[in-house]
Write a protein that binds this ligand. Structure first.
Ligand SMILES: C[S@@+](CC[C@H](N)C(=O)[O-])C[C@H]1O[C@@H](n2cnc3c(N)ncnc32)[C@H](O)[C@@H]1O
Length: 259
């Protein structure tokens, strides 16, 4: 199964997982607290999904947003979210297309790829294209799970291709290609009881495992179920689980362009 097909097939499962992760609150807080949006008026999000974080940025901070999202259902949901939040006047552009096919018409203060770079893997041309979408002092932020994150461990055994890129792999490759950047970690911490009940996975835990492994729980072998349980348990620290994600920040004002 190809990466884009995977999201077309399981949009609801992904929405449930993101809700369980409390992603909107924690990621929004990270983006504000890390200062990555400081001084930025316009934001382009590549692979925005239904765009809750982007809409919240517009709603709470008045920044202008633009999105690229190929999946029709996510795209429609994004437009509904924009309407529900009443931020239509802050929506610069919405492109229902892949980033590969996207034709930039302007530059943006910040370009975001929040858990969407899986689709592009280690593609130099696409990294150059994303960097060129920033303006002269702008930033590109790419966020992906770390190798230690439970999600990466389950993705490594997934039936879907292209979802096991980690932030460390992308960062090492980018440095090697001459693209200097800062590296920061966003901690998406959730209560362990969301996924674990004793030595078993809760329904949310099974949803997470099934989605990442691209295999319905009923179709998973005992071995796959045990591997998923072990992956999630490995992220447990006290009564919490940290879905740690690495953020690569390519700051045009700070790092010399390697293009
Ligand atoms: C893991 S989701 C992340 C969604 C959202 N940014 C978030 O953080 O929840 C990955 C997104 O990338 C989109 N995507 C897949 N292939 C893409 C491509 N070639 N160009 C742009 N986006 C793509 C998917 O449709 C999906 O919405």
């Amino acid at each position: 199964m190809e990466y884009s097909e995977y999201f077309q097939r399981f949009p609801d499962a992904y929405a449930r997982i993101v809700a369980g992760l409390d992603r909107v609150n924690t990621l929004y807080a990270y983006l504000i607290d890390s200062g990555v949006l400081d001084g930025a008026d316009s934001i382009l999000s590549i692979g925005a999904g239904s765009g809750e974080v982007e809409v919240r940025i517009a709603e709470r901070t008045g920044r202008q947003i633009a999105v690229i999202e190929p999946s029709q259902s996510y795209f429609d949901q994004f437009l509904e979210n924009v309407k529900a939040a009443g931020v239509q006047e802050l929506l610069l552009e919405a492109h229902r297309t892949s980033f590969e096919d996207f034709q930039p018409r302007r530059q943006y203060d910040v370009v975001l790829s929040l858990f969407s770079w899986f689709a592009f893997e280690l593609d130099r041309e696409l990294l150059l294209k994303a960097l060129a979408c920033r303006d002269a002092e702008g930033k590109l932020l790419i966020c992906l799970p770390t190798a230690d994150c439970p999600a990466s461990k389950i993705s490594a055994i997934s039936r879907s291709s292209g979802i096991n890129l980690t932030s460390e792999q992308l960062s090492a490759w980018a440095r090697n290609e001459g693209f200097d950047h800062d590296y920061d970690v966003y901690h998406g911490v959730v209560p362990a009881e969301l996924y674990l009940y004793g030595d078993e996975l809760t329904e949310q835990g099974r949803d997470l495992a099934s989605f990442l492994a691209a295999t319905p729980w009923e179709e998973m072998s005992d071995e796959l179920r045990q591997m998923s349980l072990a992956a999630i348990q490995s992220g447990k620290s006290g009564d919490q689980i940290d879905h740690a994600s690495g953020c690569l920040i390519f700051d045009a004002g700070k790092h010399a362009a390697s293009e």
